[in-house]
Every structure is written in structure tokens, then in C-alpha cells.
Write a new protein. Structure first.
Length: 104
């Protein structure tokens, strides 16, 4: 059973935000906030993007792009593994069938 959310303060680009979060998700929230803060600082420090709203949008786009690339890689791996498993199943079935024929 999930615990009652409690407020957690995270700091992003020098500004504090209070977020309601279940205690068991607190560490993940803090890590996510630190990751976002790091990405936003990188974008801001490059100097091409000004304004915290624009920095936040660029960070969100970059993080989303990275996530979608990882999901695509995962899907490719899953597809490849599925094909390999099917090939192995076919080989096992052929070997078992051959072994049964030898027994007869």
C-alpha cells in the first residue's frame, strides 16, 4: 500500500519547488530533480537560450529525445531477442522430433 504523499522541496536553477511525493518515491524524485537541474544548467551555460521558460523547454525536448532514442533501442533489442528465441525454439523442436524418430 502506498504511503500518503508528503511535501518534498527540490531546487532547480536556484529556485525551490515543493512537490507532493510518497515517501517511497522521494529518492527518485530528488534524483530526477538533480538530473533536470543539471541539464537546464548545461543549456543555460551554453548561452544560446535565455529565459528560464525557454531553458526548461529545451531541457524537456532534449530529455524526451534521449528517452525516445532509448525506447527505440530497447524495442530493437526486444525484437532481436524475440527472433533469437523463436529460432532456438525451432531448433529444439527439430532436435526433439529427430530424437523421437530415432527412438521409434
Amino acid at each position: 500500500m502506498a504511503s500518503e504523499p508528503s511535501p518534498v522541496t527540490v531546487n532547480i536553477l536556484g529556485k525551490d519547488y515543493r512537490v507532493a511525493c510518497p515517501p517511497e518515491e522521494r529518492e527518485g524524485l530528488l534524483q530526477s530533480a538533480a538530473f533536470l537541474d543539471e541539464k537546464m544548467r548545461e543549456i543555460r551555460d551554453r548561452g544560446r537560450t535565455t529565459g528560464s521558460d525557454n531553458v526548461a523547454i529545451m531541457a524537456a525536448l532534449n530529455i524526451t529525445h534521449e528517452l525516445m532514442q532509448k525506447q527505440g533501442q530497447t524495442e530493437q533489442l526486444d525484437s532481436g531477442l524475440s527472433t533469437r528465441v523463436k529460432n532456438l525454439q525451432s531448433k529444439i523442436e527439430a532436435a526433439l522430433s529427430s530424437a523421437r524418430q530415432i527412438e521409434i
